[in-house]
Design a protein. Structure first.
Length: 332
């Protein structure tokens, strides 16, 4: 008997789900959200039980990788228990999490014990003052302590996510690589995504392409092409000087990855987003709450939603905003 599989209308297999467990965050990163944010009322967000029900149906339909995101997922009470339940779903191969690292000093070990297989940790600067400016509230030393706690807990192939911005942190690219090499971490360099209206900086002026990042890396290291894949949007390279780590590039502007897109996102309010850069979505919360105890209704809604998945996004790196929701509302 063949395994179930979700397919969109372009014959792309969808087997990767990114689930937001909260829109709240203890940071206010300049590219992610406004400094003053209004978060969703509790009654509008999915309960942990509802999030688990969605995860169960996706895994039953062939999803093999789930990533929990936020906001900052570790600020939601009960998230470690949720991880344990999702990790135990038969057929799931990977349960990952994207975090800002602020809570890992105390939660890395419990997450590892709960069955989380891999972590992505956001880190855009190694300068404490600059880190504070980019995150508005973050403490670099606490994040580094969290990274070290993740290593100590047993996590491997932990990945740093670095959003590169011209004139803000592009001069730290190789320092961040050296930090990753020293701690045996992978790293992905990300082009800033135009989600939400921000006033803190001009996205047109701050845009820094993946090609420019590679040019900067080549000043100190030797990049070697790689066929590695983590089922996500990163395109990986290795370093001749440190072949054990992977260097990824997420390039929604300069080298988009739409043709091989295998993922969908669910916001914490239960919107199934079929594309990061478009508003095509289905309200799974409404289906859940209108049909309690009827998982087949939820499965049908998920299957039908695949027909709404567009071929591509249309991001630009000027200051025009195609998508008005912030990244914390999108789910990482």
């Amino acid at each position: 008997m063949s395994e179930p599989v979700l397919m969109d209308r372009f014959a792309r297999k969808v087997d990767y789900l990114r689930m937001s467990v909260t829109d709240r965050c203890d940071f206010r990163c300049v590219y992610c959200m406004a400094e003053e944010m209004t978060f969703l009322p509790r009654q509008q967000i999915l309960s942990l039980e509802e999030i688990l029900q969605v995860a169960e149906r996706f895994v039953a339909l062939g999803t093999r990788k789930i990533r929990l995101t936020g906001g900052e997922p570790l600020v939601r009470a009960g998230v470690v228990g949720l991880c344990e339940k999702i990790a135990a779903l038969p057929g799931l191969r990977e349960l990952c999490m994207t975090t800002n690292g602020s809570q890992l000093d105390k939660l890395a070990a419990p997450l590892f014990e709960a069955g989380v297989t891999r972590l992505n940790i956001s880190l855009d600067s190694l300068d404490p003052q600059r880190f504070r400016e980019l995150t508005r509230t973050g403490d670099l030393h606490k994040v580094i302590a969290g990274i070290d706690a993740a290593n100590a807990a047993g996590f491997v192939h932990t990945k740093l996510n670095c959003v590169v911005m011209h004139g803000r942190n592009d001069d730290e690219i190789n320092d961040l690589l050296a930090f990753a090499i020293d701690r045996n971490l992978d790293v992905s360099f990300i082009e800033e995504m135009p989600l939400g209206i921000i006033s803190e900086h001009s996205r047109a002026e701050s845009f820094y392409s993946s090609d420019q990042v590679r040019e900067r890396i080549a000043e100190r290291y030797t990049l070697v092409p790689s066929t590695d894949s983590t089922q996500g949007p990163s395109r990986y390279w290795r370093l001749a000087e440190a072949p054990e780590i992977r260097i990824g590039f997420i390039s929604p502007h300069s080298h988009n990855f739409c043709g091989t897109c295998n993922r969908v996102r669910m916001t914490v309010e239960g919107r199934l987003l079929l594309c990061l850069g478009n508003e095509h979505s289905v309200d799974l919360k409404a289906v859940l709450r209108a049909n309690p105890g009827q998982p087949e209704k939820l499965e049908k809604a998920i299957i039908d939603a695949m027909q709404l998945k567009p071929w591509s996004h249309n991001f630009t790196h000027d200051d025009g905003v195609q998508v008005v929701r912030f990244m914390n509302m999108t789910g990482g």
